[in-house]
Design a protein around this ligand. Structure first.
Ligand code: HEM
Ligand code: HEM
Length: 131
């Protein structure tokens, strides 16, 4: 069964494929309007999720509800953020509509990082897994 570590890395792989595909399109067409979407798909979606996955693998004592909540907040937050950026820079969605949703998605991602930090500070020194 998939655990938090593998699900983070799986999410990262999907974001890498999407973000790099967008980069290939940008390079091939010379159209850079989705540059910010490309950057955040790779920074938050690929590298961020990949590093969190490796951390949960390296410190199995972090497994528990905070890790699952972090996965949910990062997965949903990054997916919503990238969808909004794509639609906004693609021209369809007005910034007035996308802006608040982008703000909430960024807060969700940051709340996930806060949970990760608390979890890490509380449990990383322990010898055994919590759950
Ligand atoms: C197959 C992989 C990739 C392709 C084809 C690609 C393609 C591109 C292209 C065409 C641009 C626009 C360059 C310009 O402004 O003239 C760009 C910008 C950028 N890419 Fe990628 N990229 C790839 C992977 C990555 C990765 C892995 C990262 C980071 C982890 C990354 C980070 C960035 C950043 C930060 C910019 C913006 C630079 C700026 O603000 O001017 N890219 N990429
Ligand atoms: C919740 C987290 C984040 C938020 C809310 C955020 C927000 C922003 C905003 C508002 C911009 C300006 C976009 C524009 O010029 O229209 C930006 C640009 C940028 N961000 Fe982020 N960011 C986040 C995470 C990150 C991370 C983790 C990285 C890298 C590891 C990163 C790298 C960049 C880069 C390279 C640019 C310049 C893109 C360009 O103009 O080509 N961001 N970000």
């Amino acid at each position: 069964m998939f655990k938090v570590d593998k699900l983070f890395i799986l999410f990262g792989i999907l974001a890498a494929l999407g973000g790099m595909g967008l980069g290939e399109h940008m390079g091939a067409s010379g159209d850079l309007t989705q540059r910010v979407t490309h950057v955040h798909a790779l920074a938050l979606g690929w590298i961020g999720a990949f590093l969190f996955g490796l951390c949960y693998r390296a410190w199995p004592m972090l497994a528990g509800w905070m890790a699952w909540a972090h996965l949910a907040l990062h997965g949903v937050g990054v997916t919503v953020m990238l969808s909004m950026l794509f639609l906004m820079f693609g021209g369809g969605l007005p910034p007035q509509t996308a802006g608040p949703v982008l703000g909430v998605s960024a807060l969700a991602i940051m709340l996930g990082v806060v949970l990760f930090a608390i979890n890490f500070l509380m449990r990383a020194g322990r010898e055994t897994a919590a759950a």
